[in-house]
Design a protein around this ligand. Structure first.
Ligand SMILES: Cc1ncc(COP(=O)(O)O)c(C=O)c1O
Length: 403
């Protein structure tokens, strides 16, 4: 019943062949890839990566301080800075490393961090390892944040205050009201760090994300992002208006400073993805990605509660972990590859399916997938009615089928 860890036999695509942790193979409609705009299969992105490998090989010489930086990466930093309308960008080997490294580099033990209770693992780890006083506030709740800011202001605080959140929480498809959040931070002299891993490139005007939707993109002090979703590659970045902060992040963000630099093919693939994101084609792909996500939501919604706002991530509420695990396995058997999310990625008893449609999915596949998901969940619920969860799991394991 272990729902995590699957390997693709071939390239992950809208239909995939996977093998699970127990060695069982499944084939079907794949709703478990974070390639939000389908750029991982885009000929220009692939050609850029191949050309970079042929011209420059597969390696960067070392970490940036040890001379591993690449001239082409400076172009990517400048292009991202222009896209984000922020002057300074630092690249990281992963988005996780960017979130962790930014906080670790900029915060000291005498500072305070106020962090959304559901913020991503990289942000939580960065906050804890900074040694600062870390205070969680209720998810997306600016009133809860302000109460804590007032409490801190009532005490003699030697250092600064950093507020940490995300511009699209991928396990809930929601975000705070950034106008009010920004005003609250400014009113209390706090700095704001936002992780835009899931919305940059796919949501907002010209793909500039949820912050641009609310007109607050240029007002965030530290922006953290990832290339592993819309940008169809691997890597991350920190963007800031402050030159000093960018130098600190380069020098003290351990995940940048002490890791080998991104390889040429990554830089080239991300640059190609960014060019597409900024083009008319990018605009069309965003519209199509959201149309597919809306189609999937509508097909699920009569039977399952779908969480949050329209975004590339569609979250169908399941509830009990036992039901989610059984239903996920049924989906795999019936030809739909889905991710089942449970604690610690969300609260206990609030398991959910996390689904991602890309512009490349056929409408008919999404309709088919939605009805398989709904049937799988309702079959498992019917089976477990009258049984305890333990009985349900045991019965399903013995028979090899959930019904
Ligand atoms: C908010 C957030 N930040 C960072 C990351 C990590 O990004 P990466 O895969 O580039 O390490 C994720 C991954 O899902 C994420 O959701």
């Amino acid at each position: 019943m272990f729902p995590f860890i699957r390997h693709h036999k071939r390239a992950p695509d809208v239909r995939s062949d996977v093998v699970d942790f127990g060695g069982h193979g499944y084939e079907g409609i794949n709703l478990a890839s974070q390639d939000y705009l389908g750029l991982a299969r885009h000929p220009e992105v692939i050609a850029a990566a191949v050309d970079a490998c042929m011209a420059q090989g597969t390696h960067s010489a070392g970490s940036e301080p040890m001379g591993g930086g690449l001239a082409e990466a400076q172009l990517l930093e400048a292009e991202l800075a222009d896209f984000l309308r922020v002057p300074h960008v630092v690249l990281f080997p992963t988005g996780w490393g960017a979130g962790y490294g930014a906080i670790k580099a900029l915060v000291r033990p005498y500072d305070h961090i106020l962090i959304d209770a559901l913020a991503h693992d990289c942000l939580q780890h960065g906050a804890r390892s900074s040694g600062a006083t870390v205070i969680p506030f209720a998810h997306n709740d600016v009133v809860s944040l302000e109460r804590r800011l007032r409490r801190i202001q009532g005490r003699p605080v030697p250092g600064g205050v950093l507020v940490v959140t995300e511009s699209l929480f991928s396990m809930d498809s929601d975000h705070p009201d950034f106008e009010t959040l920004g005003e609250t931070c400014r009113a209390h002299g706090a700095q704001l760090l936002v992780d835009c891993a899931h919305d940059l490139g796919v949501l907002g005007p010209s793909g500039r994300g949820v912050l641009a939707e609310s007109g607050t993109l240029g007002k965030v002090d530290i922006l953290v992002g990832s290339f592993s979703k819309t940008f169809a590659c691997l890597g991350g970045f920190v963007a800031t208006r402050s030159r000093a902060a960018s130098y600190y992040v380069r020098g003290f963000g351990g995940t940048h400073t002490f890791s080998n630099y991104l390889m040429p093919a990554q830089i080239a693939a991300v640059r190609a993805s960014l060019r597409i994101v900024r083009s008319d084609e990018g605009e069309r792909l965003r519209r199509e990605a959201l149309r597919k996500a809306a189609l999937l939501r509508e097909a699920l919604e009569p039977e399952l509660e779908v969480m949050g706002r329209l975004s590339p991530v569609v979250l169908a509420t399941i509830g009990s972990e036992a039901t989610a695990r059984l239903a996920q396995r049924e989906c795999l058997r019936r030809g739909v590859i889905v991710n089942s999310i449970e604690f610690p990625a969300c609260r206990r008893g609030q398991a959910r399916f996390r689904l991602q449609a890309s512009p490349r999915h056929a409408d008919s596949d999404l309709q088919t997938a939605a009805s398989i998901i709904v049937d799988s969940v309702s079959d498992v619920v019917a089976l477990s009615r009258g049984n305890s969860c333990r009985d349900t799991v045991a019965c399903t394991d013995r028979s090899g089928r959930a019904g």
